[in-house]
Design a protein around this ligand. Structure first.
Ligand code: AMP
Length: 506
């Protein structure tokens, strides 16, 4: 079934319910949202001549039009290519060319840069600014019916943020996203029609994908007026919007709980923060639970298995008297609905419980392959399992703990050291805001461990104290041999720490 039916059904069931809002203002009901999508679909096909199966690129900051465009594209049997709004024009050009998109919707302030970059992309024919007169013309075209699509047709071409190399387009089909949607209700949260999602994180990534379960339940999608994440704006929106869900990268959770405005804020309208995409340290998680209450759910996923490999539920976050509570909090939880997980060695042989190896994933949520890249698809999906590139171990209860990506493992004196383990210990220090641990070449040991530490403003963090913490909690060989105090960690657009950049400033 075409995902566009989710919107059409909610429009039938609750036509007058708020569907889209900007800041505190509702700008479309479900009936209006569905009609816009149907008209946009008409413009894309009858007007622009796009054929089912073609790609509609989106280079936009968060805006209510995002949902209109995605549903409009699906309605017409087209697929969306959401691009991170903070990419470099050359990266946009690469994706537009690689995806062979004929049309790209852009935010007004990005139009010029994209137009310039797109000069090198002969296949791109139209650049339309969301909300512009041309856009308004499109959304008044004659509506068309929802085009039938097969379950394994492309819906969302997601270019992996990749911290190295060229991005690859993970082909997510209607079936994949439906599986993600079903798993949301089974393992992440339920949603009532009166609830909402506030897109303070990019539409092009997890927050945008979570429009699906919210649209299915007829809940409102709210875009902050700033289009992004600002703790004070989040607190202000929570005065207006009830039952609010956010998808946050862990760094956003820590920024929220460290925000000066939190003590005066009323967070009773905050329903759920789903976090994931990068490690959340147990210490930060405990602090967030203390300050916000039982409102956290963690997910582990990747572009190739969107938002859906494991989940650590709200209940698991709160079972403080469980004997393995701390370990569970440092894990990413058990497999989500419809997902099988296997830990394998380098020859793809399954490892016993507790063994550390690559995380392999199988299920309806796993991508169809990489766009126009059969070798990479074959490599990633060999043997019928998605090879995530992440290292991890399962415990006897099926809880998965990530042990960093294989390339991040430090091998010192023949022993593997997983940076995450060391980082968890350093974060126990009250004065440490963030840290990241990497290996640097060493003539005798192969690699030795270096910790980059960002102290909290005004905090006095002594190396001797950090060293003492390590001696108390982890094996001696895992202790950093050097500490570097820095003001901030280099991160990519989605908040992931760029270890390659850290290596270059060693
Ligand atoms: P992306 O494809 O950009 O969504 O990045 C996915 C990668 O982020 C995964 O392969 C993991 O390395 C990492 N990741 C995702 N979720 C988590 C999580 N809950 N904890 C730690 N790392 C995560």
């Amino acid at each position: 079934m075409n995902l566009a039916h989710l919107l059409a059904r909610s429009a039938q069931n609750t036509p007058d319910a708020p569907a889209l809002a900007l800041g505190d203002t509702v700008i479309a009901t479900y009936a209006e949202h569905a009609e816009t999508a149907a008209r946009l679909a008409g413009a894309l096909t009858a007007g622009f001549g796009l054929q089912p199966g073609e790609r509609v690129a989106i280079a936009m900051k968060n805006a209510p039009e995002y949902s209109e465009i995605v549903f409009g594209a699906w309605h017409a049997g087209l697929s969306a290519v959401p691009m991170n709004a903070r990419l470099h024009p050359k990266e946009f050009a690469y994706i537009l060319g690689n995806a062979d998109a004929k049309i790209c919707f852009v935010s007004e302030d990005m139009a010029e840069g994209i137009a310039e970059a797109a000069k090198d992309v002969p296949t791109l024919q139209h650049i339309v600014i969301a909300g512009s007169p041309r856009y308004r013309e499109m959304v008044s075209a004659d509506p068309v019916k929802i085009v039938d699509v097969a379950a394994d047709e492309l819906a969302w071409l997601f270019y992996t943020s990749g911290t190295t190399g060229r991005p690859k387009g993970a082909m997510l089909t209607h079936k994949n996203l439906r599986a993600m949607n079903d798993a949301y209700f089974a393992n992440v949260d339920d949603i009532a029609p009166e609830d909402c999602i506030i897109h303070a994180a990019p539409y092009s990534h997890g927050s945008g994908l979570y429009m699906l379960p919210h649209v299915e339940r007829g809940a409102c999608q709210v875009v902050p007026a700033s289009g992004g994440f600002d703790p004070d704006e989040v607190f202000a929106l929570l005065r207006v919007w009830k039952g609010a869900t956010f998808f946050f990268a862990p760094t956003m959770v820590t920024r929220l709980i460290n925000a000066p405005g939190l003590s005066a804020a009323d967070t009773s309208n905050l329903k759920t923060i789903v976090y994931g995409g990068a490690p959340m340290y147990a210490e930060d998680c405990l602090k967030a639970l203390d300050l916000l209450g039982p409102k956290l759910v963690q997910i582990y996923g990747q572009g190739e298995s969107p938002m859906t490999i494991t989940a650590l539920s709200r209940a698991l976050h709160t079972e403080r008297d469980h004997p393995r509570y701390h370990d569970r909090l440092a894990s990413v939880g058990p497999a989500q609905k419809g997902v099988e997980i296997r830990i394998a060695d380098t020859d793809d042989r399954e490892l016993p419980v507790g063994g550390i190896g690559e995380i392999l994933v199988r299920g309806d949520v796993v991508m169809k392959g990489y766009w126009d890249n059969p070798e990479a698809s074959e490599m990633a999906l060999r043997g019928g399992w998605l090879h995530t590139g992440d290292m991890g171990a399962l415990d006897e209860d099926g809880f998965l703990t990530l042990k960093d990506r294989s390339k991040d493992v430090i091998i010192s004196g023949g022993s593997n050291v997983y940076p995450r383990e060391v980082e968890e210990v350093l974060l126990r220090h009250d004065g440490v805001l963030e840290c990241s641990v990497i290996g640097r070449p060493h003539p005798d040991w192969g690699e030795e461990i270096v910790a980059f530490v960002v102290p909290k403003p005004g905090a006095d963090v002594r190396e001797a104290e950090l060293d003492a913490l390590c001696l108390e909690h982890i094996a001696r060989f895992k202790r950093p041999k050097a500490y570097r105090m820095i003001d901030a960690l280099p991160k990519n657009n989605y908040g992931k720490v760029l270890k390659t950049d850290l290596r270059s400033i060693l």
